[in-house]
Design a protein around this ligand. Structure first.
Ligand code: AP5
Length: 219
């Protein structure tokens, strides 16, 4: 399975990616998570990415492309992958296409999350994340068992710095200016599958799996 999840910030890509990757037993590769891990460990990549992330801007294409190229070479991605948050620009999409063409393993589908901006702004306002293990919660739809404490590692939950409302609005502007045009890019290639991302998590998961099964992607 070689799939891309495309959609605005807070659309539920990470939430659905976890369920889809488990169903298809492929690695979930989320560029935002890789940058946050690197920022936590204070690597050179993490320090470089942090400023862009905090401002709600995209990290430069050459940095992201090199990082994803390396990640796709790791053994676990040989059986397939679920890309979440990459590509986000036309140059990134062209680079991915070239890498996969070299390896003769083209993408099978691009799932595009459709959801109004006002709903993602509300979802993000109530998102809480664990800075230690990366687990994601929502105050209403997916609350932790104990308020402010991560179920998984018992760390303190926080709001991501880039989840402040002014930064979220800038991330949405970046999405509409640079990433939304990838819908046309992948529609032209016959790969685009639109997913209605509004509704309860389990309902959206059912729709996503039905879309992929309908596309002939085998589990
Ligand atoms: P990244 O981490 O990829 O952020 P994003 O795409 O903006 O996506 P989010 O993580 O905000 O949201 P999501 O769609 O995963 O939603 P979630 O499932 O958490 O990127 C961060 C930054 O890294 C970028 O701004 C950029 O700087 C940099 N970057 C990353 N990739 C890059 C690239 N390719 N090029 C350049 N720069 C890059 O859900 C949101 C909330 O809603 C959660 O609380 C969740 O519990 C809840 N929720 C989910 N589904 C539902 C539902 N159905 N009903 C109710 N609540 C729900």
């Amino acid at each position: 399975m070689r799939i891309v999840l495309l959609g605005p910030p807070g659309a539920g890509k990470g939430t659905q990616a976890a369920a889809i990757a488990a169903a298809y037993r492929v690695p979930h590769i989320a560029t935002g998570d890789i940058f946050r891990d690197n920022a936590r460990q204070q690597t050179e990549l993490g320090r470089l990415a942090q400023g862009y992330m905090d401002r709600g801007e995209l990290v430069p294409d050459d940095v992201v492309i090199a990082m994803v190229r390396n990640r796709l070479q790791l053994d676990d991605a040989a059986i397939g992958f679920l890309l979440d948050g990459f590509p986000r620009t036309v140059p990134q999409a062209l680079a991915l296409e070239a890498v996969l063409a070299e390896e003769q393993r083209p993408l099978q589908a691009v799932v595009s999350f459709t959801i109004p901006d006002e709903i993602v702004i509300r979802r993000i306002a109530d998102r809480r994340s664990c800075p230690d293990c990366g687990a994601v919660y929502h105050l209403e739809s997916a609350p932790p068992e104990v308020a402010d404490i991560c179920d998984r590692c018992k760390g303190w939950l926080v709001q991501r710095p880039d989840d402040a409302e002014d930064v979220v609005r800038h991330r949405l502007e970046e999405y509409h200016a640079k990433t939304a045009k990838l819908e046309a890019f992948y529609r032209e290639r016959g790969l685009l599958r639109e997913l209605d991302a509004v509704g309860p998590v389990e309902e959206v998961t059912r729709r996503a799996l039905a879309l992929l099964d309908g596309k002939g992607v085998s589990r």
